[in-house]
Write a protein that binds this ligand. Structure first.
Ligand code: COA
Length: 325
């Protein structure tokens, strides 16, 4: 079995900034409620660029930062809950745009845990020798599936994309991985696809692709599962929380992180957060945060970090990584 390391990252978000004040012009809410209850101050909302465009821009930066050519990429995985098309996959569109014609391409659906799941899948391809260099992307244009009349959800989400290049290595990089799911909680965060309407269907169903959420149930689940996932990867690796420089969590609400930090008995500043500027970008959140940390020079070779995610499905997972760049 080979080892796997991350050799470069990239991210991209649309330039259009939508503040809480902007949102309070069309739903009954206000800046102080949103900041106090969620920690979000603004988010990026795409005007013209669909998911594959954001994914492609993040991918090009990740390739540049990892000094890889498109031809060297042999696997592209895009984690998204908001693809441009059912067919082709977003990964195939990215492949065409960047010219990575030696790659196997697939999308995965694991909601906000998508980037964690995608790293897990790419790692398995690399560990077994099937793949040498993989491009993993989390990309979302959630603004097209959000109900802009529902103040309980439209304040939370944003658009963006992040990418990482994973490569075969002889040294340890991704040290431990844990992923899981509980489909029994699927109804707590939903966005229907196309309903079953065909020539033979007797009752026609309305086509309604918008997000609905039970915020309180997701909140409780998130606080519990963050600790469970972190405990799992620590246990598997033999490291303790003291060895970990940063936790890079999926970010949906700062109160979730505060409560998780309390459960873990650690300071909140051990979590890297940028939710205030992006909102919840679902499968892209962890990828964008990771790239931002790299750009800020927060990570040095040998640092141990944990990526941890949770989301619709319900899905969850974590990765303990020794930084190798
Ligand atoms: N502005 C003003 N008031 C709002 C509001 C808004 N944007 N959204 C909800 N409210 C109101 C509610 O109507 C309710 O009013 P009521 O008491 O008169 O009925 C009150 O605020 C409290 O609502 P509640 O839903 O209990 O708020 P909350 O403190 O649970 O916060 C969320 C709501 C959605 C911010 C919170 O539950 C959350 O973040 N959940 C997790 C969501 C998540 O993580 N989703 C993504 C998963 S990957």
């Amino acid at each position: 079995m080979y080892e796997v390391k991350i050799i470069g990252t990239g991210s991209y978000a649309p330039s259009n900034i939508v503040t809480n004040d902007d949102i309070s012009k069309f739903v009954d809410t206000n800046n102080s409620w949103i900041v106090e209850r969620t920690g979000i101050k603004e988010r990026r909302i795409s005007k013209e660029e669909n998911t594959s465009v954001l994914a492609t821009k993040a991918a090009k930066l990740a390739l540049k930062n990892s000094k890889m050519t498109p031809e060297e990429i042999d696997l592209i995985i895009v984690a998204t809950g908001s693809p441009d098309y059912f067919i082709p996959s977003t990964a195939c569109i990215v492949q065409k745009e960047i010219g990575a014609f030696n790659a196997t391409c697939l999308d995965i659906s694991a909601a906000c845990t998508g980037f964690i799941y995608a790293i897990n899948i790419a790692s398995q391809f690399i560990k077994t020798g099937q793949s040498k260099t993989a491009l993993v992307i989390g990309a979302e244009v959630l603004s097209k599936i959000i109900n802009w009349e529902d103040r309980g959800t439209c304040i939370l989400f944003g658009d963006g994309a992040g990418a990482a290049v994973l490569q075969r290595s002889s040294e340890k990089g991704i040290i431990s991985i844990y992923t899981g799911a509980d489909g029994r909680g699927g109804e707590f965060l939903e966005c229907p696809a196309v309903p079953l309407n065909n020539l033979f269907t007797e009752t026609k169903i309305e086509n309604k692709n918008i997000v609905t959420m039970n915020g309180r149930e997701i909140f409780k689940f998130a606080v519990k599962i963050i600790k469970e996932c972190i405990d799992k990867v620590l246990e598997d690796s033999g490291y303790s929380l003291q060895d970990i420089k940063y936790i890079v969590p999926h970010q949906a609400n700062t109160r979730i992180i505060e409560a998780a930090a309390k459960r873990l008995k650690i300071d909140e500043d051990r979590f890297y957060l940028n939710l205030d500027r992006y909102g919840n970008t679902s499968g892209a959140t962890i990828a964008i945060a990771l790239d931002e940390m790299v750009q800020k020079g927060l990570l040095n070779k040998g640092d141990k970090i944990i990526l941890v995610g949770f989301g619709g499905g319900l899905t969850f997972g974590a990765e303990l990584i020794e930084w190798s760049i």
